[in-house]
Design a protein around this ligand. Structure first.
Ligand code: ADP
Ligand code: MG
Length: 337
């Protein structure tokens, strides 16, 4: 008698959740990225207790059709890619079809969604089971409310840090996504306190000001340039305005906030000797490239990406920053204004 059996969808979703949903901030990231993929122009994030008791993300995006609602919570079900070839030209933030299945497996989720003002659906998923789906009336867009995250995975729940720490991770991810999408109005509300609010008028500098404050925004210098493969655009703060960690460097690749040590290092290298030891710049840099040149399917959270011509990009970044800071020295008055 054989001993091997396939795991139930519920168990395999719970396993996947372990990778995709590390902490409340991961839920926020996945839901906000879904809102962006749905063309939302307003995204509101509401949390309680560092997201552990409640996370709610509301958008005014495309919404989900009635027949798609159960599929939205099914694993490896997505509207964003269809064939293996699509994996090499990912144009959306999501594509793995894992987030909602994972979140639904480890929390109590309510979704209201509508593809046209008025008509809509309400669905309830608890611990991986679709308990209810019914017609309801609401404006176009989607609201996903996640309660009691990790209620059925006690080991993960135990691992959570303080409410303040989890909240800081949530604010960090909302900040960075908002920095990369000045055309979208974001808000993050903790209980009743607004922590982040951007207007979404497509003014990048104003968006940076809303997040990092006016003094940082005033010190920003634009960088812009390209090679055959990469287009780079962004802002770097003058070397006088520094921070004690690298956390104030935000890099976006084709609209996706990513972490990449080599690219961070390249930006910092552009400052040459202008930074004091142990001090790091504030920078927001967006890179666009042919999706063929970037593999975002390296890690379930998609925050790590692999670039096929990384050296070309690091050199470009260092050069652009160095050039901007050098020029500033030559004609200080013109740029001080
Ligand atoms: P993925 O984003 O990788 O496709 P998800 O599990 O995050 O997978 O979402 C599954 C599907 O549900 C998406 O492909 C999309 O069609 C739909 N969806 C999820 N969130 C939203 C949203 N806020 N607005 C519209 N559609 C959504
Ligand atoms: Mg997604």
């Amino acid at each position: 008698m054989g001993k091997i059996h396939a795991l139930s969808a519920q168990v395999s979703n719970q396993i996947a959740a372990g990778e995709v949903i590390e902490r409340p901030a991961s839920v926020v990231k996945e839901l906000v990225e879904n809102s962006l993929d749905a063309q939302a122009t307003q995204i509101r994030v509401q949390v309680r207790d560092g997201g552990l008791s409640l996370i709610s993300v509301s958008d005014n995006g495309d919404g989900i059709a009635s027949e798609d609602v159960p599929l939205a919570f099914a694993r490896h079900a997505t509207s964003k890619i269809a064939t293996g070839a699509d994996l090499f030209k990912i144009g959306t933030l999501g594509f793995r079809g894992e987030a909602l299945a994972s979140i639904g497996a480890v929390a109590k989720v309510t979704m209201t969604t509508s593809t046209a003002n008025g008509l809509g659906e309400t669905a309830v998923v608890n611990g991986g089971e679709l308990l209810k789906q019914e017609k309801s009336s609401q404006p176009k867009g989607t609201t996903i409310t996640v309660k009691d995250l990790f209620y059925n995975t006690p080991a993960r729940l135990k691992y959570m840090k303080s409410v303040q720490t989890e909240l800081a991770h949530i604010a960090d991810i909302v900040d960075r996504i908002a920095l990369g999408h000045p055309d979208v109005a974001f808000s993050l509300v903790n209980d009743t306190k607004t922590m982040v609010a951007t207007v979404g008028n497509d003014d990048w500098q104003q968006t940076i000001a809303a997040i990092y404050g006016n003094s940082v925004a005033r010190s920003l210098l634009p960088i812009k340039g390209h090679t055959l493969d990469y287009q780079v655009q962004g802002f770097v703060a003058k070397p006088e305005v520094t921070r004690a960690s690298r956390n104030f460097i935000s890099l976006l690749i084709n609209g996706r906030y990513i972490k990449n040590y080599a690219l961070n290092k390249a930006l910092i290298a552009g400052y040459g000797t202008k930074l004091m030891v142990g001090r790091y710049p504030v920078a927001v840099v967006s890179v666009h490239m042919d999706p063929l040149l970037v593999d975002v399917n390296v890690h379930p959270t998609k925050q790590e990406v692999r670039l096929s011509k990384e050296n070309e990009l690091t050199t470009l970044l260092t050069d652009l920053v160095a050039k901007q800071l050098g020029e500033q020295r030559l004609i200080p008055s013109a740029l001080e204004n």
